[in-house]
Design a protein around this ligand. Structure first.
Ligand SMILES: *[C@@H]1O[C@H](CO)[C@@H](O)[C@H](O)[C@H]1NC(C)=O
Ligand SMILES: *[C@@H]1O[C@H](CO)[C@@H](O)[C@H](O)[C@H]1NC(C)=O
Ligand SMILES: *[C@@H]1O[C@H](CO)[C@@H](O)[C@H](O)[C@H]1NC(C)=O
Length: 449
């Protein structure tokens, strides 16, 4: 895909400006604030109190582990703030603990070691049955939280740098023994805030809340090169009440992908992702802007994504699942999307993604229903839409309204492609396939639109 072009940049800036004006002037702007309280910590310690040196060369693993041990065992009332001053703090992976704030000052960088030889291994997630890319366990995320509550990662836009290049090289050379580490993972945790932090060059997915509830992610910047493999931005996975807003993400894979486990393992674990909000997100990706899937075996319900700006992107909106996944994808709303220079505007597909092993159940058909996509404006869109349901499990109540997807000037209008789908479409241009009824009157959609 061709990137860049002055025209793209100008269009994108114009769009972002319009969008900023709209949301700044709107009284009573809806936000994630209040969903998780922003705890004030009267007890504060600095990583330098534990001997850390921010010279980009000293390995500070012991300082991070001791500081967090101190927070965990001294249990100060109201929790503790761990201050990371300006400087580059090289370290191996470490665990967080409950009731703490990891505060990155302006110019602070927590940088992952490039030495992967002693990287800790942890058990595979039960809903995946194995590592996502290699069988067996998986490398622990660089910054890890397991079974925690009340954790904040924030500051003055300091950076968490995964130095992922060594991992991407192992992936490219097929020398990975286990699944690559995420940059930040919270598992079985609740009451998490991640805000005002820059995430850079993750080895694998950037932010992965799994089996979590009440997670707020806002004012973050997530960056990785477009050719970096599987560097998803934010993947809420078998989690509920996750709110993501006011962020910029530009990576090598999906910007946000809502997931819930993989085939027979995800089906038996049975933990859905529900009540996920994504708003005021800008970015670019060679894959999807807003995605659900493809691992959705626990089900995904009640997702709202709105005010999304995408440029130089593979697929604007991508809902994806597969035979053997099972899982119900229901009540997904995507609205107010601006996209420029994208390969495919909207794709909803039932034959995407691989299987963990040969033991998946070919009769475990996914269900996709009550999907609303509205107010989408696209320019330089090569293919407007593709909706491919499954013969034995057609997608139903798929409803599109007020969607305008323009090709490049001079390019011929490429038609939509659909199969095994029912629903409605009003004010959609170019006009979609006949399977989607083009009238408000017919009851093709469960909700008037
Ligand atoms: C970090 O957490 C993981 C998973 O809970 C655990 O296996 C590991 O022992 C912990 N490491 C340290 C240094 O506490
Ligand atoms: C940090 O970045 C956010 C945008 O992501 C911005 O709104 C905020 O003002 C920045 N804060 C500081 C202290 O620079
Ligand atoms: C559908 O999801 C939205 C959030 O996007 C929620 O407000 C609404 O209550 C859900 N509808 C049903 C019927 O569950």
């Amino acid at each position: 895909m061709k990137h860049g072009g002055v025209w793209d940049v100008i269009t994108c800036f114009a769009a972002v400006l319009v969008f900023l004006q709209c949301f700044c002037s709107a009284a009573g702007l809806v936000t994630c604030s209040g969903m998780v309280p922003m705890a004030y910590r009267s007890d504060k310690i600095s990583i330098t109190d534990f001997g850390a040196v921010g010279d980009g060369r000293t390995l500070n693993t012991k300082a991070f582990r001791e500081a967090i041990y101190r927070i965990e065992h001294l249990k100060r009332r109201g929790g503790t703030l761990l201050y990371i001053p300006s400087g580059v703090y090289l370290t191996e992976s470490f665990n967080l603990t409950s009731r703490m704030t990891l505060y990155l000052a302006k110019g602070a960088v927590i940088q992952a070691t490039k030495d992967t030889t002693n990287w800790p291994l942890i058990a595979p997630l039960p809903s995946y049955g194995r590592g996502r890319e290699r069988p067996g366990g998986r490398y622990m995320s660089f910054i890890h939280g397991d079974g925690l509550h009340d954790v904040i990662i924030t500051g003055e836009n300091g950076t968490i740098d995964g130095q992922g290049e060594v991992w991407w090289t192992m992936w490219r050379q097929r020398t990975l023994q286990f699944t690559r580490p995420n940059l930040v993972e919270f598992k079985d945790s609740r009451g998490i805030i991640i805000s005002n932090v820059v995430f850079k060059n993750s080895p694998f997915w950037n932010i992965h809340p799994v089996y979590c509830s009440n997670v707020v992610i806002r004012y973050v910047t997530i960056l990785a090169p477009p050719d970096s493999p599987n560097t998803d931005g934010i993947d809420p996975d078998s989690s509920s009440h996750v709110c993501i807003e006011d962020s910029y993400i530009s990576t090598g894979d999906d910007l946000v992908a809502v997931k819930s486990g993989w085939d027979e393992y995800g089906i038996s674990y049975g933990r859905p992702s529900t009540d996920i909000t994504i708003r005021r997100l800008t970015g670019s990706s060679p894959f999807a802007g807003i995605a659900v899937g493809s691992e959705t075996s626990g089900g995904v319900t009640n997702v709202l994504a709105e005010h999304i700006t995408l440029y130089n992107t593979g697929i604007g909106i991508h809902l994806k699942t597969n035979i053997g996944r099972g899982g119900i994808i229901r009540n997904i709303t995507v609205s107010d999307v601006f996209m420029v220079n994208v390969r495919k505007g909207i794709k909803i597909a039932g034959d995407v993604g691989d299987h963990p092993d040969e033991n998946y159940n070919p009769n475990a058909l996914p269900v996709m229903k009550h999907i609303r996509i509205k107010n989408v404006w696209g320019e330089k869109v090569q293919q407007p839409g593709l909706i491919q349901g499954l013969k034995n499990s057609p997608f139903t109540d798929i409803c599109l309204s007020n969607i305008n997807l323009f090709g490049s000037s001079g390019a011929k209008n490429v038609p939509w492609k659909c199969a095994d789908v029912s629903g409605g479409a009003v004010q959609v241009s170019p006009s979609p396939c006949a399977e989607l009824v083009s009238s408000r009157q017919t009851g093709a959609c469960s909700v008037p639109f």
